[in-house]
Design a protein around this ligand. Sequence first.
Ligand code: SF4
Ligand code: SF4
Length: 478
Amino acid sequence: MFTAQQLIERNKQSQPADFIDQAQLQSLVDSAAEPSASQLEKLMAKAEKAKGLSTEEVASLLAVEDPDKLDLLFATARKVKEKIYGKRIVLFAPLYLSNYCVNSCAYCAFHRGNKRLQRKRLSLDEVAQQVKILERMGHKRLAVEAGEDPENCPLDYVLDVIQTIYSTTDGNGSIRRVNVNIAATTVEEYRKLHEAGIGTYILFQETYHRPTYERVHPAGPKSLYDWHTTAMDRAMEGGCDDVGLGVLFGLYDYRFEVLALLAHNQHLEEKYGVGCHTISVPRIRPAQSVDLSRVVRYPVSEDEFRKIVAILRLAVPYTGLILSTRERPALRDELLSLGISQVSAASSTGVGGYEEKKEAECETAQFLPDDTRSVDQVLASICSEGYLPSYCTACYRQGRTGEHFMDLAKDGEIQTFCQPNAILTFKEYLLDYAPPSLVELGEETIARQLEGIPNQQLREETKRRLLQLEQGERDLFF
Ligand code: SF4
Ligand code: SF4
């Protein structure tokens, strides 16, 4: 087992992250001008084809400030969102395993200097208890999260957790996809995660801006920018071909971060034939012992945040966009139409938090969420907005991952599977977990979406499978 100091020495051996060209990105940000009305129309006509945009085009969109131009940008993002994703919104929940951490990230309550935090790591029995609670909430897809600590949270523990999660059931409840968000590691360890059957490997860059990165990560193995930024290369080499990127908005200029995210994605596409599977868009939230006034030097307003989501939707139309409970409910609902395709619901950010329930008072939490609605409330809201909640995990289980997935996604063919699978998995939720007040709204949603399946054969087969679910079968998917 490595000590934290040995990890630092190991991490110094990293390849350079030269695919993030700091000077070039900064110069793009500095030189970008707001497009004229006719330039924007042309750009939007291109974006509407849902084939993505160049870095220069994105830079000019990031410079848009004029309200009328923003309206056009948002309208186009809505069209592309609908074209690629239809109405389905995928749900997941985070599961925090351990808040031990040897790093000193200035924005996170788990940082090693936080003496007030109650440190805790779940035992495997506690993992199973948490999973059963999550299954009783209807969840099928989890993102496991842990601080970096080679002693208290080694990879073997994470592997045991994954196996425990997949083998823990509760009535009809089971977890069908485990995504993993743990510290940057080696190719060998990524290979073990891949072999354990993880869905997406998620690692947020936090900030791509090297000086800011070094400022907010003053010590610990994560303090080495190159090691952290090349993590996805090692993950791909270890066989994890579904990877999730993200930045923490508020640390540095959002325009630089968006361009760097896209440069990272492009690097993965060029080198491994497949870009990232998802992009997460967290904004910094209050957290225990974190002085936001010191950390947040580039606050991102809600208007800017809307713009970020819409631009990402247009830049990488086929990449899932994930929104957590860091945002307030009304904004979360609004962002569904602008580009978000996946949301968490009723999240706890504490270790063992699904028992403690009282998130705001949780002594073990990473940050405080802004959306504290129950799963039923989130689902009702998704339905009321005209969307279709989905607990689908089919692609991963059908081997539609990595390049194979992206080929289908880029052609828009993935929609063929998404909509019927959303209908079937939401029906399972209504049968097994929904209160009567949600059943009526849910059934109306399903009836409407069923008629929207364009292929008649597929529509009929979905209806047949809905009947099978009513007769007690579960886990049917295309
Ligand atoms: Fe540790 Fe991650 Fe928090 Fe940094 S962000 S202190 S690495 S848990
Ligand atoms: Fe996601 Fe695939 Fe299911 Fe569509 S069919 S929701 S892409 S897992």
